[in-house]
Design a protein around this ligand. Structure first.
Ligand SMILES: [Zn+2]
Length: 444
């Protein structure tokens, strides 16, 4: 408990009071500690970093970049707990088959499993003592405040894990439901348990919108995570549920960003060190530029050091926030780099369209479109599946997409089908964009 209060106060202090200079100093110290620890305890990093030294924050650029496949290929020598990849993978898969997500591996670690587009599984280790400290992080960085106490939170999770079970305090009651629970049952739980804070992915909340009249309780806040919250969804949820909607941006690799009291997403500069680069590999330090490459160093997880780990996400920074925090702000989470859509222009040059923009065209065409999926199997060819009434006028959507593309001097063949869309049965995130057979290296 004392540890939690200490963590909470410290996290709040970093976010609210630290100057840019102080943040940089804290980041330097944290990265140095992480690198030194990794060199000593991880054979992988010991070898990779043997001729490198870190004496200044800018030195980080001399350190090699890793990614998920490099991390997984070297899993057993990269982690600092001597955990063997095959053993832990067998453990995680068995847990998954039995739908048993509780418990600690070797009594000491929470094991998380994620799968990417290429189908390769990612394994993430969180030490038990760190999961015990998650409630403080959660409270300090979830956009919730002490004013929201007492909290009766309903967490809709794709997969439940011990990490979440550890969040339970006197003023904070948590209930869990799988995201596979039928929407009406979710609403029954909201009513029965008098939930005042709903945490769920946006794709799930969209399914609750048509059932809004069944909700008998008053929500204080909705917190979304796991998927990008579009501005349209945010407005729709605020309007429908008459409550504030905030977002947290987290990944298996770390707690990337969370909303402040103004509802603005700030990078958690004291938990992750984020480097952003443009298309020409120049570092981005100003707002409004698209970060095509996002490199993350987790500053708190020593069990599995992720140092200069390349994410697949693209984000855009924003101006400083009026809340006064010097943590960088995020204007837009564009989505995964894998989700870019490709088209030809009039000169037959390949160009891309950002997935968040394409999503906006679809969502804003009609309220009748409950969910959608976009598939691309060749450049300039798009198949859009929409969950909408069968008599929905698809021509509306077709014309809209053509019109928007024309404004960008792009053309495409568009096919549209109406079909009920189910959220995925497995634990993967719902994917709104699926692109196949397109060589993105060539296009970039
Ligand atoms: Zn702010």
């Amino acid at each position: 408990m004392i540890q939690s209060i200490h963590d909470y106060i410290l996290l709040k202090k970093h976010q609210k009071k630290y100057s840019e200079e102080k943040i940089k100093k804290l980041q330097f110290i944290s990265i140095k500690k992480m690198i030194d620890y990794a060199k000593l305890n991880s054979p992988f990093y010991a070898e990779k970093y043997k001729d490198l030294s870190f004496n200044d924050l800018t030195d980080i650029k001399k350190f090699p970049i890793i990614n998920k496949s490099i991390m997984m290929e070297n899993f057993s020598t990269l982690n600092t707990c001597g955990i063997d990849k095959e053993d832990v993978l067998a453990y995680a898969v068995e847990k998954e088959l039995n739908k048993d997500y509780l418990g600690y591996y070797q009594g000491l670690y929470v094991i998380g499993l994620s799968s990417g587009t290429s189908g390769n599984k990612g394994i993430y280790i969180t030490p038990k003592k760190m999961t015990k400290r998650l409630p403080a992080v959660f409270l300090a960085r979830s956009g919730l405040s002490l004013l929201d106490l007492p909290m009766r939170i309903l967490f809709c999770l794709r997969v439940f894990s011990q990490g979440f079970n550890d969040i339970n305090a006197p003023m904070m009651k948590l209930s869990y439901l799988s995201t596979m629970t039928p929407p009406i049952s979710i609403i029954h739980t909201l009513n029965e348990k008098k939930i005042n804070i709903l945490m769920a992915p946006p794709s799930l909340i969209r399914f609750l919108v048509p059932l809004k009249n069944e909700i008998k309780i008053k929500l204080k806040k909705i917190v979304t995570y796991a998927e990008v919250l579009t501005l349209e969804d945010k407005h729709l949820f605020e309007e429908t549920f008459k409550t504030k909607v905030i977002e947290i941006y987290q990944a298996s690799e770390g707690q990337m960003a969370s909303a402040c009291s103004k509802g603005k997403l700030h990078i958690n500069e004291d938990l992750v060190y984020v480097e952003l680069y443009d298309e020409n590999h120049q570092e981005i330090t100003k707002p409004h530029l698209v970060g095509h490459q996002m490199i993350v160093t987790n500053l708190i997880n020593f069990a599995q050091p992720l140092i200069r780990y390349e994410m697949n996400d693209m984000i855009v920074l924003d101006e400083p926030c009026s809340c006064g925090s010097h943590f960088r702000t995020i204007e837009r989470i564009i989505g995964r780099r894998d989700d870019l859509l490709y088209f030809y222009n009039l000169q037959h040059e390949k160009k891309y369209v950002f997935p968040d923009l394409f999503a906006r065209w679809i969502i804003t065409t009609s309220d009748l479109i409950r969910e959608f999926q976009v598939r691309q199997d060749e450049i300039g060819h798009i198949i859009i599946t929409i969950d909408a009434p069968l008599d929905f006028e698809v021509l509306l959507l077709e014309e809209r997409v053509h019109k928007e593309l024309e404004e960008l001097h792009l053309s495409a063949k568009i096919a549209i089908e109406i079909k009920p869309i189910q959220l995925p049965k497995d634990k993967n995130k719902y994917k709104r964009f699926i692109t196949e057979n397109i060589d993105k290296k060539e296009v970039f």
